[in-house]
Design a protein around this ligand. Structure first.
Ligand SMILES: [Zn+2]
Length: 366
């Protein structure tokens, strides 16, 4: 396959490390190697290179233990997982235990360091915007360590310091469900994102702890009250790593126009999520969808925020992709769709990586 003629893509969200373990959204039983091409899942190094994917936010996501079911495979496992993200009538279950979340996080982070070590210089865990730029300029695959959910963090900030020193530079306050700090929107459609209470007092303190350490705070998944709590506290650009335009698809995971306006005002970024259920105006998790729908979301986001505040946040290895973009090797088809929509070379570069580099530099200060 030809190498992509588009600028290298840095991507705001993937669940690849969980997928490699043989767990997560669409697992290959027994797991798979990051360095070998397979048909299962969405990212491995060969497919990333084919598609011009230069790196991305790698989510360390701890599955609630009751959703782990080693016997379930394929579609079955996916249904079981997504059902757990619909809020039961009696409310969200209690958060998972911190020691469980910490041990799982250590395993997943260790696996990411293992990839870097075994890559012979082909992959690098980045800690600054300059390192990211260097990786993209030199064809080194850039890995940004990100927490999706905060069950592993104690309210005193001790674990936050340790994980930050180890390389975790970005934190999504919650996934679906709730934890000690914040509550996520449920998987439902159609729905406003205003689905529950905002941040707890400890959640507000966690935002301040992240600000004090220049750690990026990600508002994807959080409900609307939580979003406004973050917006009122943070001194950094507001970032939604993998969320779309609610006006185009009324999923609660997407961003309303008022939220997009707040992101613009803070000079933040929203990354386009490729999950068909958050893209399609009918909310169906049906892959038969033209890529032009993705351009519709970007058009809306650019109309509200301008070209400097939009990027990509695929959700590869954690979501259902459109049939025209079945994995990382299909990224040039998306870039071509955007080019056909009228995005020029300068705009495509900002969407592909420039806006992420800017917002990371402003947030991290390096
Ligand atoms: Zn997510």
């Amino acid at each position: 396959m030809p190498v992509s003629s588009f600028p290298p893509i840095f991507d705001g969200h993937n669940d690849t490390i969980l997928s490699l373990t043989g767990s997560g959204f669409n697992p290959l039983p027994g797991g798979r190697s990051f360095f070998e091409r397979v048909d299962n899942g969405h990212i491995d190094l060969p497919r990333a290179q084919d598609g011009g994917l230069g790196g991305g936010f790698f989510a360390v996501f701890v599955r609630p233990p009751e959703t782990e079911d080693p016997a379930a495979e394929g579609e079955d496992a996916r249904k079981r997982l997504t059902q757990r993200f619909q809020r039961p009538a009696e409310g969200w279950p209690e958060p998972m235990a911190m020691d469980y979340a910490q041990s799982k996080s250590l395993e997943l982070l260790g696996r990411l360091f293992q990839i870097e070590r075994e890559s012979n210089g082909q992959c690098k865990i980045i800690r600054s915007a300059s390192e990211l730029q260097h990786c993209l300029d030199n064809g080194i695959f850039a890995i940004l360590l990100h927490f999706e959910g905060t069950d592993q963090l104690d309210p005193d900030g001790f674990a936050l310091d340790v994980f930050h020193q180890a390389g975790v530079q970005s934190i999504g306050l919650t996934h679906f469900r709730k934890n000690r700090y914040a509550e996520g929107v449920p998987m439902s459609f159609p729905s406003s994102p205003d689905t529950g209470p905002g941040l707890t007092d400890e959640g507000k303190e966690l935002v301040r702890q992240c600000n004090a350490r220049n750690i990026l705070v990600d508002v994807s998944h959080i409900n609307e009250k939580g979003f406004w709590d973050v917006a009122g506290i943070t001194d950094a650009p507001i970032v939604a790593t993998h969320s779309n335009a609610w006006e185009v698809s009324n999923a609660p995971r997407n961003l309303t126009d008022k939220q997009l306006d707040a992101i613009k005002e803070s000079r933040g970024v929203a990354g386009l999520n490729f999950h068909v259920g958050f893209l399609r105006p009918d909310g169906e998790a049906d892959p038969s969808m033209p890529l032009s729908v993705m351009a519709d979301h970007l058009d809306h986001m650019v109309e509200r925020m301008g070209i400097d505040c939009v990027a990509l946040g695929s959700d590869f290895d954690g979501a259902v992709m459109p049939e025209g973009l079945k994995d990382a090797s299909g990224l040039p088809a998306l870039m071509k769709t955007l080019q056909d929509r009228g995005y020029d070379a300068d705009a495509l570069e900002k969407i592909a990586n420039g806006n992420w580099i800017r917002v990371l530099r402003e947030t991290w200060g390096r």
